[in-house]
Design a protein around this ligand. Structure first.
Ligand code: T1G
Length: 690
């Protein structure tokens, strides 16, 4: 045997244990000994049944994603599953942790599956821009039915053990140590005797498929694909399971897999998978993290309330502080309403709502923050206000409490310098709604202590956030680049593009919404206040705000919103306003195509990202991709702005920016050294990252 696969014969039941930390991925050094073990056990007369289990924290979490894009070494997963299926004696998978992707496909080759209560089973390949390539699209429908399989595979969302048991994917669920239960189950199956029908031969569920309702469900899911190929291919593969003989459907799955795994979209999504994990890694040696048992949040407004919920949802007791009893009650009432909405939607149980609300303690007295290990300030975006708050915190907070600000733009070094312990100060820049948005920009100030930084990076993971460590500058990474993206939006309006045309160019690119839809959703007054604070203007947006048109919240912004409508409709008044302003500025409108819109908004985004890397505000280009995909909806199929720049070609980006700068009367475009180097080498690596 090998160190990755071991076999123990327990009274005639062979226990095959896979041991490939950290997630038992089906790497080649697992597949080869696993195949050898199965072939040997198939013919071993002393073995009446076989159990496949895993060591460590989880069952097989999938194929080894790092092997993609390289020649696949034999045996492939498909061959192992086929070898499993011809074994006449009962085969039982013992599932704990997460059986995902190839892990679930492996267990579909077994006659039976048993799981512990906390197990999850799923086929998340679609999130990597591919589809299950080990027979999952053909076998899963045979156990749970075509429509259930379609939803699981196109969403990529795993299901829990009890749901899997109810759906027929798992034959038994056990509490406690799973392996003995699995061995007893296998022994009982052997005692009862066969035949043991392999999943591939179980067609009964498929025969009842209503293809019309299947197609309707598939069409609905396809409508949400936003240009991604994998969801469409997943649906097609599951449909093949219903309409084609097993082996033809399996061959069709393989053909789709081979096409997708080589696609830019899958490369982009695999890039993001590893980029998110890389972003959480801090340079230098590991440091001892500080203990965080209780969190304080200052400010119970939209951001403060959302931040408090994010920590309460992660299991932390929260002290929520406001300046007045009325403001505090308003904040707590909003939090309770938010949880009530989740209960109504069915995404939260009443019991969970009660548990989370019990985590909150409200106060208007700073002294009540004295037992907090982390305090997050989410007050008004004003430096004087922040300094006053941090001054009070400096006096009351525990000696090694971490003092964080949620500021979007202000200089955190200046805040840190205003108190006695700058080493405890950092930024936690949440994105609204803070209890929903995954991205958390962790701002490392000049004097932030390494252990404080490591502590909050770990905390981010514990509350389900995707953390990216960034440096101090105006807008950090995301909002600084957002300003670069928005700089041309108004110019495009004045030159002849309508808000709808610009937004449609974005949604056709794959964004969930365009810049004007996003502005109306977030509230145009936020940008207006920020521009005024910095002495900047945006002639159209400023005029709309002066008219009280703040977007959805006022029923009118760039678009008109019928009572309560979420989707706006073009407003002739706005288009007339744009025409008037353009005329006053002597601009003659012209037809502007989608390609120009994308080049003039997204190429400056890339250029700003390159500057951010040069200034070491972000440590890696992939960190910038993680920010933009998780904080602003950059299409995952394009991998984030910096990965996408590689697809576009930095040389082309430079050439087009030079063109547009000339065309719009700006100074000559000067690409920075890193953008130039990217054009020459195809790599964003800076000296720091090698
Ligand atoms: N392959 C290679 N490395 C993997 C991996 C995988 N499948 N999954 C995780 N890792 C690494 C990860 O990069 C990190 O590395 C470490 O393991 C811990 O991961 C044929 C083709 C299982 C829920 O998509 O969802 O099967 O940073 O930080 O938060 O049809 O990992 O430590 O160096 O995420 O506890 C399908 C992907 C593959 C599941 C655990 N499977 N993994 O989460 O730990 S394609 C997936 C996850 C496939 C077949 C197809 C999560 C997790 P490092 P982690 P975690």
């Amino acid at each position: 045997m090998s160190s990755s696969v071991s076999v123990v014969n327990e009274g005639g039941v062979a226990i095959v244990t896979i041991d490939n930390p950290p997630v038992n991925a089906l790497s080649f050094h697992v597949r080869e000994p696993l195949m050898q073990a199965l072939v040997a056990l198939r013919d071993d007369a002393s073995v009446a049944a076989i159990v496949i289990a895993c060591a460590g924290r989880t069952f097989v979490a999938g194929a080894d994603i790092t092997e993609f894009g390289k020649p696949m070494q034999q045996p492939e997963l498909r061959a192992i599953v086929a070898a499993l299926e011809v074994i006449a004696k009962p085969t039982v998978a013992a599932i704990h942790g997460t059986a995902l992707g190839g892990g679930l496909e492996l267990v579909l080759g077994c006659h039976f599956r048993v799981a512990d209560q906390g197990a999850k089973l799923g086929l998340p390949e679609v999130k990597l821009g591919i589809l299950p390539g080990g027979g999952g699209t053909v076998r899963l429908p045979r156990l749970v039915g075509a429509v259930k399989a379609l939803k699981m595979i196109v969403s990529g969302t795993p299901i829990g053990a009890s749901a899997a048991h109810g759906a027929g994917l798992v034959d038994a669920v056990f509490e406690g140590d799973l392996t003995p239960h699995a061995v007893n189950f296998a022994r009982e199956m052997a005692r009862k005797g066969g035949p043991f029908t392999p999943v591939r031969d179980r067609d009964e569920l498929l025969r009842g498929t209503d293809l019309a309702s299947f197609d309707a469900e598939a069409a609905d899911l396809a409508g949400k694909a936003r240009g991604l190929e994998a969801p469409i291919a997943c649906a097609q593969a599951v449909r093949n399971a219903v309409t084609l003989p097993f082996d033809e459907a399996l061959a069709a799955e393989r053909a789709l897999f081979v096409k997708l795994v080589a696609s830019d979209q899958s490369r982009a999504q695999r890039h993001l998978f590893f980029a998110e994990r890389e972003a959480a890694k801090l340079p230098g040696k590991d440091v001892v993290k500080r203990r965080v048992a209780r969190v304080g949040v200052i400010g119970a407004g939209t951001m403060g309330g959302g931040i408090a919920m994010a920590f309460a949802n992660g299991g932390f007791p929260v002290t929520l502080l406001e300046t007045s009893h009325e403001a505090l009650q308003r904040g707590l009432a909003t939090i309770e309403k938010n949880y009530a909405v989740s209960v109504t939607r069915g995404s939260l149980s009443e019991d969970a709502k009660r548990q989370r609300l019990a985590q909150f303690k409200g106060s208007t007295d700073y002294a009540d923050l004295a037992d907090c290990d982390l305090v997050v300030e989410a007050a008004f975006e004003d430096m004087a206000v922040k300094k006053e708050i941090f001054g009070k915190l400096d006096a009351v907070a525990r000696p090694d409490a971490i003092l964080a600000t949620n500021t979007s733009y202000l200089d955190i070094d200046e805040i840190a310098a205003s108190i006695s312990r700058p080493q405890d100060v950092l930024g936690l820049h949440f994105f609204s709604p803070a209890n929903v948005m995954k991205l958390l920009e962790i701002v490392r100030a000049e004097k932030t202590a390494p252990d404080a930084l490591a502590t909050v990076v770990d905390l981010a993971h514990r509350i389900g956030k995707v953390a990216v460590v960034v440096g101090v500058c105006h807008g950090f990474v995301g909002n600084r680049m957002l300003a670069a993206r928005g700089s041309e939006s108004e110019a495009l309006l004045l030159e002849g593009a309508t808000p709808r045309q610009i937004d449609e160019a974005f949604t056709d690119f794959g964004w969930p919404m365009g810049p004007f839809q996003m502005g109306d959703l977030a509230g145009l007054d936020i940008g207006w206040r920020n521009r005024k604070a910095r002495g900047l203007t945006a002639v159209i947006a400023d005029t709309l705000c002066e008219q009280g048109r703040f977007g959805q919240k006022t029923g009118r912004g760039f678009y008109l919103y019928e009572a309560g409508a979420r989707a706006g409709v073009p407003d002739p008044e706005v288009e007339a306003l744009i025409r008037d302003k353009a005329a006053q500025m002597g601009i003659v409108p012209r037809t502007i195509g989608a390609e120009e819109i994308i080049e003039r908004t997204l190429y400056p985004l890339v250029n700003e990202g390159a500057k951010i890397l040069e200034e070491r505000i972000a440590a890696r280009a992939s960190d910038i991709d993680v920010v933009w995909v998780n904080g602003y909806g950059f299409p995952v199929g394009k991998g984030g702005p910096m990965f996408w720049a590689g697809l576009e070609g930095a040389a082309r980006i430079i050439e087009r920016l030079e063109h547009w700068y000339r065309q719009t009367g700006k100074d000559v475009f000067q690409p920075g050294p890193l953008l130039r180097r990217m054009a020459e080498t195809g790599s964003w690596a800076t000296d720091a990252t090698g």
